[in-house]
Structures are given as structure tokens and as C-alpha cells.
Write a new protein. Structure first.
Length: 488
């Protein structure tokens, strides 16, 4: 039996250029500069800097490149190309691709940096100050190579003995490895090479000048580690028969230690993100002023050499097959260059209008920096204001930073859902989190507030929130439970 079905499907297919534009919008300043360099290296028809002459007319302002085909598209015959379209005296004028907060005489400020010695190389350098025979040095260097970025050796001694034999051809025993571990434990930073947190803290304490507080701290970590981690201070007072003040001083010695000695090393080879603000908001005469980082607005133009090649082809009477192939290549590069210049302009406009809408939406916050004045704001709110897709707003918010009088902020931090207060008014979840954080900071650390009491306090402040919501917000703020916040 034959059945017929009518299936209607609505789909939107983005052109390659639209996809590329979305990718450009998503890039923060530093990544955008790298993308710009890549494009210029790939396309010799695209050049940076200003043209010597200035022209009033933008020949390509109204051209539509959405239909521009990629390299696999149908070949266009050379005779069908309107050469005059590629012989304009200038491309997009400079005012189209420059930010009004950037000028030629602005200083180029590059962040200086030193080529650091890696964490592991520093440890090897320290090993060179010890008198060791060849066997000992090989084992010690293997142990250094087993240290993770936090400063720990998280492998058992028998495993390392076997590993050295099978992978390095180093035949040794557990006693010799243990001996070399003691050497590693003499290296800086103190605590490096420990196999667990307890050993790490003990190594650091034993590096300290002995005092009554340090000795008590060593005994606590060595023999009462479980009671210490669970903050059972009453049990510790009873065990050692010391005063509150004596125990407090010993606990203070422990709290000063670094549980991750490797991460404190300034030469560690971890990648540290260097944030470059994409926008800046300043208050001038009581008004907010938004500027786009000038590095997002490069001066670009289409190569005159390529235009001259087009002119040469136009003027030649006998157009050979080789010349026709060349003009195809030139056309492709010129089209690509013009599209890229226009895409950068669209990127600038998209970034600016989006951040401008966010700035005005959160005007109260930007004027005084009070986080409780951040209004509930979702992507759709800004998308409706500027007439762009929610996905476009998301690309801007998730990857861009703005410099404000109150520090540099990731833009997505200004977005939050709404919750009702006891007056039935919409308030931002950011506001509630800030009040929760302030409440915890002001609590008596000898008797920290559990989540159910925090829920009661916020309810009294006008925010009726369930205990489980308090727990969720507390975790998002990276605040531990009440028992772990307890102090002597």
C-alpha cells in the first residue's frame, strides 16, 4: 500500500561568510589580532596601514558579498568580470575601520615578560648543588620528573622502582628511592615532593624555626590530622591540655602553609591568561562613556598592486589563457580582502552596540559599582534592544572583557536570572548572591551559620529563598559549609 506524507521543514543555512563573521565576533582582542595576522599572511591583496591619499567615496559600501562563492564554486569566465569594480582608487575609508578612541600617536604598549625557568628545571638546578653519585642523581632526577604541577609525587615507591627499571633502565630498590625522596624534600618550595597533603604540611612545618606553636602544630598534623581536618577543636583541646590561645596559635601556623607548593612557583610553566579588555567604560561628568579597544579597529586596505594587475589585464589587447587564469586568482583575492574589511567593520559595530546596550541596561551599577544594583538581565533582553540574534549576544558576552572603574569584568557576569523578593519585585540572582556573601563574611566565625539559618536571615532581609537554593549559591561562590568555616 502506497502512503504519501507531506513533511514541511523550515531551515536556515548560513553562508560561509556569515559563519566566518560569527567566528570573528566571538574572538576577544588578542585572538582577533592573531586571526588578522593569519588573514594577511594568507591573502596578499589585503594590506595594513593607511593609504597615502584620502577619498570621499566608499566604492564598496553597498556591495553585497553574501553570494560570494568559495574556491569550489562555479568558475566565472574572465570576460564576465567587470574590471572597473576592482579599480577603485581606494577601498573602505579609514573612518570605517578605526575606533574614535585611538589615534596614530597613541603609544604602543606591550606587556613585558621574562622567559621563565620551568618549575621542574628549577628543581633540577637545585639538585645540582647536592653532592650525589651517578646512580643517586639519575633516581633524583626521575623523582623530580614525577612531581606534578601542584608539587606532589602521587605514585607509590614500588611503582616508581618498577617504572625506572622498565622505562629508564635504572635498577634500584625502595630503600634507595626513599633516600632520594629525603633529598627532594630539602628542595624549595618547602613541601615539594610530598605524597599527600599530610606529608606536605609536615614538611613545611619542619622547615620552620622550632617554637612552642610550631611543635604543637607538627604533633597535630602527625597524630591528629583527622581531627584537625574536621575542625574538632574541642577534641584537640582535651587531647593536648592546652589553652584556647595556645591551640589558636598552632592552628594559625598550619593555616599559613601552602597546600599546593608547586602552584606558588613564579616560574611554573602553566599558561596564564593575559586579559586584554575589549571595552572600557569611564564616568565623565557623571555620564558613562564607552570605548572599544583600538586594537579591534585596524587600518586595512586592498593592495594597489593587485588593482594595477587588474588594470594591466584590462589594457592588454591580447588576453592569453595564462592572463585569464591570473585574473581569476586576483579576483578571488580582491573579493576576499574586501569581504574581510567589511566583516571587521561589522564586527566593530556589533561589539559596540551590544556593549552599549548592556552599559545602559546596567547603568546604576556602572555609575557606582554596587553589585546589588545589577538588574536581572538575560541574553534576550539585549538581543531585543539591538535587534540581533541571541546567539550573537552570547558570542560577545562569553568571550569579552570590559574595563570599568571597579575592575576588569567578564561581560557574561552581568547577566543573571530574576527572582522575586517579598514585595513581588524581580531582583537579580547576582544581588541575592552578594547579600549572601556579605552575610557569611559578617558571621561569627566561632559559630558559622548553617544553610537553614542563612535562609532565615535572607528571608528576614526580604528574599524568601529555600535552604537548597542557599546551598547552591554558596557552592557557586566557592564558600564551604559552616563546619569548614569555623575558626578558633
Amino acid at each position: 500500500m502506497l502512503k504519501q506524507f507531506l513533511n514541511l521543514k523550515l531551515s536556515q543555512k548560513l553562508s560561509p561568510q556569515q559563519i566566518q563573521l560569527m567566528k570573528l565576533i566571538q574572538l576577544p582582542t588578542q585572538a582577533f589580532e592573531q586571526r588578522l595576522l593569519e588573514e594577511m599572511n594568507e591573502n596578499p591583496a589585503l594590506e595594513s596601514g593607511k593609504e597615502e591619499d584620502e577619498y570621499e567615496k566608499d566604492e564598496f559600501e553597498n556591495e553585497d558579498y553574501d553570494d560570494y562563492d568559495d574556491a569550489e564554486s562555479e568558475r566565472i569566465e574572465a570576460e564576465d568580470i567587470n574590471i572597473d569594480e576592482y579599480l577603485s582608487n581606494d577601498e573602505t575609508p579609514d573612518y570605517k575601520t578605526q575606533a574614535n578612541n585611538y589615534s596614530d600617536d597613541d603609544d604602543e604598549r606591550e606587556t613585558p615578560f621574562a622567559a621563565p625557568v620551568s618549575f621542574h628545571q628549577d628543581l633540577i638546578n637545585q639538585l645540582n648543588t647536592f653532592i650525589l653519585n651517578d646512580e643517586e642523581r639519575e633516581i633524583a632526577e626521575f623523582l623530580v620528573g614525577s612531581i606534578d604541577d601542584m608539587g606532589y609525587i602521587r605514585r607509590s615507591i614500588p611503582d616508581m622502582v618498577d617504572d625506572m627499571a622498565f622505562t629508564q633502565g635504572i635498577y634500584t630498590n625502595e630503600k634507595m628511592v626513599q633516600k632520594m625522596l629525603h633529598v627532594i624534600h630539602e628542595l624549595e618550595p618547602a613541601g615539594v615532593g610530598a605524597q599527600d597533603l599530610q606529608e606536605c604540611l609536615l614538611l613545611q612545618l619542619k622547615h620552620k624555626t622550632p617554637t612552642e606553636s610550631v611543635d604543637l602544630a607538627i604533633d597535630i598534623i602527625e597524630n591528629q590530622f583527622d581531627a584537625f581536618t574536621k575542625k574538632h577543636y574541642d577534641k584537640l583541646l582535651q587531647k593536648y591540655g592546652v589553652s584556647n590561645e595556645q591551640l589558636k596559635k598552632a592552628i594559625h601556623e598550619i593555616e599559613k602553609l601552602n597546600p599546593k607548593p608547586g602552584s606558588s612557583f613564579t616560574g611554573n610553566n602553566k599558561v596564564t591568561e593575559n586579559v586584554v579588555p575589549d571595552f572600557a567604560i569611564r564616568i565623565i561628568d557623571g555620564e558613562l562613556e564607552l570605548t572599544l579597544n583600538g586594537r579591534n579597529a585596524p587600518s586595512l586596505h586592498v593592495s594597489k598592486d593587485y588593482q594595477e594587475m587588474m588594470q594591466t589585464y584590462k589594457d592588454s589587447r591580447d588576453k592569453s589563457a595564462q592572463q585569464k587564469d591570473a585574473v581569476q586568482f586576483i579576483k578571488q583575492k580582491l573579493d576576499s580582502a574586501k569581504w574581510f574589511i567589511d566583516a571587521i567593520r561589522q564586527r566593530q559595530e556589533t561589539l559596540f552596540v551590544t556593549m552599549n546596550a548592556i552599559m545602559h541596561y546596567q547603568e546604576e551599577f556602572f555609575l557606582d559599582g554596587d553589585e546589588t544594583k545589577l538588574k536581572p538581565m538575560i541574553l534576550k533582553d539585549i538581543a531585543d534592544m539591538v535587534g540581533l540574534d541571541i546567539s550573537t549576544i552570547s558570542r560577545v558576552a562569553n568571550s569579552k572583557y570590559v574595563e570599568t572603574p571597579y575592575g576588569t569584568k567578564l561581560i557574561k557576569e552581568f547577566f543573571s536570572e530574576a527572582m522575586k523578593n517579598d514585595q513581588g519585585e524581580d531582583v537579580s540572582t547576582l544581588e541575592i548572591k552578594k547579600i549572601l556573601q556579605n552575610t557569611i563574611e559578617e558571621e561569627d566565625k566561632k559559630k558559622p551559620l548553617p544553610d537553614d539559618q542563612l535562609a532565615e536571615i535572607l528571608k528576614e532581609k526580604g528574599y524568601p529563598i529555600a535552604r537548597r537554593t542557599i546551598a547552591k549559591y554558596r557552592e557557586q561562590l566557592d564558600i564551604p559549609v559552616a563546619r569548614m568555616r569555623k575558626k578558633m
